[in-house]
Design a protein around this ligand. Structure first.
Ligand SMILES: *[C@@H]1O[C@H](CO)[C@@H](O)[C@H](O)[C@H]1NC(C)=O
Ligand SMILES: *[C@@H]1O[C@H](CO)[C@@H](O)[C@H](O)[C@H]1NC(C)=O
Length: 396
């Protein structure tokens, strides 16, 4: 059997050039990186997962020097350049060519420090942007990717109470569309608010509606909606307090939202404190909506064995199951993220893989995941990526 298998492998390897299969989209991942060192430029890196290898197949500086987030729409990647130190950021519509190279079709300015985008509106014609450094939000028409057009550019007033940075001003950290598509929510880490905008799906215009107010010092960063039957829940990961808060969401007849807090634990799912220096980052609902996973940075509480056999410190990816009837969370697993500073991670479409971007280690790791239990398993492949990988998604 072994010999026959070896021959079969040899034959297929021999024929590989002649019968090269097209790259399956699900095997590609997109990563953004911050640069390290003066004059260096961050990149949009395309990785290809081929069984146990993860290799760079394209490397682009077309999003500018500080790419921080990507949103996919068919063969376009909407990429924001955080433009550290600048008073404005950039949005680019990057076209993915057949050879996987990226070209900026059109670009526009944003409020300073864009860090997250989401598509909204009928036909996916709008894009909303959260701008951390500049303390504001933007909306764009992306109806024509060759001519993206700003709709609004809004900077929020400085906070009235005197608090040290980063809470001296508004710091919207993520742009999220609710399950109805009628509301955009922005966790604002600086103002301790969940800002809520009601959108007109036709015109793409928005109306500001009342915010949810967190206790001062909470520092909400990212959030994930979960729709269960007629009920909607929202889970917010708070960077400054390292809290995970769950809410039920009421859709009011006056077209506003009310958030009723259901749970409040530390990000490890308990009431016990996380290590000093911990800084929670991402939160994502699994594709089947049964699990919630969050990343916690700078805990270094676990270990990960890199491909060359060296054991390195690792931060955790922490997973909870969600009770569909009540929205309650139960801790399922605390697994190594593959190194330090997992600013971002993503599931693939069927939830069988999770990719983790380790910003401080210059590494991207793909882990296997049991979609039934929600548990993250062993590393499938890893890649060293120049600079600081801050975001990773599987190509849709
Ligand atoms: C949430 O839990 C934390 C940690 O136990 C506690 O300090 C905080 O007061 C709680 N917040 C709310 C709003 O209950
Ligand atoms: C193994 O990988 C780690 C992490 O990338 C690196 O720091 C170390 O130098 C490598 N060791 C060897 C022997 O190549």
């Amino acid at each position: 059997m072994r010999t026959a298998h070896a021959i079969a492998v040899g034959l297929s390897a021999g024929f590989r050039l002649a019968t090269a299969a097209p790259v399956s989209p699900s095997d590609l991942l997109y990563v953004t990186t911050y640069p390290i060192g003066d004059g260096a430029t961050g990149k949009v890196v395309t990785l290809k997962l081929d069984q146990s290898t993860l290799k760079t197949v394209a490397n682009s500086d077309s999003c500018g020097p500080y790419p921080s987030w990507l949103t996919q729409a068919k063969d376009i990647l909407y990429c924001v350049n955080e433009a550290w130190g600048g008073d404005k950021g950039d949005l680019h519509a990057l076209k993915i060519a057949d050879d996987l190279s990226l070209t900026s079709l059109s670009t526009g300015k944003t409020v300073g420090g864009p860090v997250s985008t989401t598509i909204y509106g009928k036909g996916g014609r709008g894009l909303a942007i959260a701008d951390y450094a500049g303390g504001g939000i933007d909306t764009y028409s992306i109806e024509n990717p060759k001519a993206i057009t700003p709709i609004t550019f809004e900077v929020f007033p400085a906070n009235a109470d005197a608090r040290p940075s980063p809470q001296e001003q508004a710091r919207p950290h993520e742009a999220i569309l609710d399950p109805t598509g009628d509301f955009l929510v922005f966790p604002d880490l600086g103002s301790d608010l969940l800002r809520v905008l009601r959108v007109d799906k036709e015109t793409l215009a928005y109306t500001t509606t009342p915010s949810y107010e967190f206790a001062r010092g909470t520092g909400p960063r990212h959030a994930a909606f979960f729709k269960s039957g007629t009920q909607t829940y929202l889970y917010v990961v708070c960077e400054l307090s390292n809290l995970l808060q769950g809410f039920s969401v009421a859709y009011n007849s006056d077209k506003t939202l009310t958030f009723n807090r259901l749970s409040n634990t530390t990000t490890n799912g308990g009431t016990y404190a996380v290590p000093a220096g911990t800084s929670a980052a991402e939160i994502t609902l699994s594709p089947d909506s049964k699990f919630l996973t969050l990343s916690s940075r700078n805990e270094k509480s676990l270990q990960y064995t890199v491909a060359n056999g060296t054991v390195v410190p690792s931060d955790p990816l922490i997973t909870f199951s969600i009770d569909a009837a009540s929205g309650a969370l139960t801790h399922v697993q605390t697994a190594p993220a593959g190194g330090v500073n997992p600013r971002h991670f993503s599931f693939n479409k069927d939830g069988s893989l999770v990719a983790s971007a380790l910003q401080s280690d210059g590494r991207v790791v793909v882990f296997e995941r049991d979609a039934a239990t929600g548990k993250i398993g062993k590393a499938v492949a890893e890649a060293n990526v120049a600079g600081m990988p801050n975001f990773v998604i599987f190509k849709e």
